[in-house]
Ligand binder design. Structure first.
Ligand SMILES: [Fe+2]
Length: 243
């Protein structure tokens, strides 16, 4: 969410996204906002986002993106406790990460941010410790794969962490999906034998231009993803948002 130029459009986009989720029948068990809730991490930006998300009756989980501030995020969107109780307050600047339950699936929300940097990193040790459940979905802001769009690929999860994550996923069949944000485009691949998906932007859409050195926005409809648990597998839908 931006203040100043573009703010009205960003607000309208998020409001339209919320309305589109509310129109789904049945309602999803939860909503995950996949990072970059703010542009400059100003308190006013988070206040607006929280206000716009408030009509959603289901739990709303958020994760940190490179435009977010960990402490501000924690202040405006308290981390859910494992059993619904508030966890001990973390140190200032500590990673914004947690695990929670959504529809019988453990949702593990990683913090892939590097404060002050656009690219991502991952604490594999922490992630592995969260995976002891029969069905797990792992969420992180930075996708652990290349889209073939260099300007985006340069700021994805780092190569070393991506390789380590591939190894972890190979020995973790309970991970049904890895879901990401950051790219303003829907894209899908596999890593370590698991499906990895990065979701479209609710406001701005990156132009599809394979190999282009620059990252530009296109006047294309925003969208959101709906992940449906079916017979032990996850099916991911991409739903454009009408305005
Ligand atoms: Fe991002």
């Amino acid at each position: 969410m931006r203040l100043g130029e573009g703010a009205a459009a960003a607000r309208e986009s998020l409001a339209a996204g919320v309305a589109a989720v509310l129109a789904l029948r049945p309602h999803p068990d939860a909503v995950l906002v996949s990072g970059d809730l703010a542009d400059t991490a100003a308190a006013e930006e988070y206040r607006i986002v929280r206000e716009l998300l408030a009509p959603l009756p289901m739990p709303v989980h958020v994760l940190g993106g490179n435009h977010d501030d960990r402490d501000a995020l924690r202040e405006w969107f308290p981390v859910p406790g494992a059993s619904g109780t508030a966890p001990a307050p973390p140190a200032r600047g500590a990673e914004f990460r947690y695990a929670t339950e959504v529809g019988g699936v453990r949702l593990v929300v990683c913090d892939s941010t590097v404060p002050g940097r656009p690219e991502g990193q991952l604490d594999l040790e922490w992630l592995e410790a969260q995976l002891d459940a029969p069905a797990v979905v792992v969420a992180m802001h930075h996708p652990p794969f290349a889209l073939g769009m260099p300007a985006l690929d340069e700021i994805a999860l780092g190569a070393e962490d991506t390789a380590a994550l591939a190894g972890l996923l190979e020995r973790s069949p309970q991970v049904l999906r890895v879901i990401c944000g950051h790219t303003h485009r829907a894209a899908f691949t596999t890593l370590g034998g698991r499906g990895v998906f990065t979701c479209p932007g609710v406001h701005l859409t990156a132009r599809l231009e394979i190999g282009a050195p620059d990252y530009t926005m296109a006047a294309e409809p925003p969208a959101f993803a709906l992940h449906v648990m079916l017979d032990g597998t996850v099916t991911t839908h991409v739903q454009p948002i009408e305005r």
